[in-house]
Design a binder for this molecule. Structure first.
Ligand code: ZN
Length: 88
């Protein structure tokens, strides 16, 4: 359902981030990016779980947090959905 697409790039050489601790091109340490991406993914998963339990306010908070950590297209759609649900 959620892709692994990411907008992150290596801060050193601008190579596309490939969900690895080290840049595939220059070997820079990307573990901080890994942590942020993983946290955002957990927030998105918890937001979806909250939607399923009809806790729309919690879902919206989690979706917002997830987008603040790491913006993705899937996250943007989830945030839109939760803001509709919360206001409805
Ligand atoms: Zn690099």
């Amino acid at each position: 359902m959620m892709g692994t697409e990411t907008s992150f790039r290596c801060p050193v050489c601008r190579a596309k981030f490939r969900s690895r601790r080290e840049c595939s091109r220059c070997g820079a340490d990307l573990s901080i990016i890994m942590t942020i991406v993983a946290e955002a993914q957990i927030c998105r998963k918890n937001a979806i779980r909250a939607i399923h339990s009809h806790d729309f306010q919690k879902a919206h908070v989690l979706a917002t947090k997830s987008q603040n950590l790491h913006q993705t297209e899937a996250g943007r759609r989830l945030l839109l959905l939760t803001s509709w649900l919360e206001s409805g």
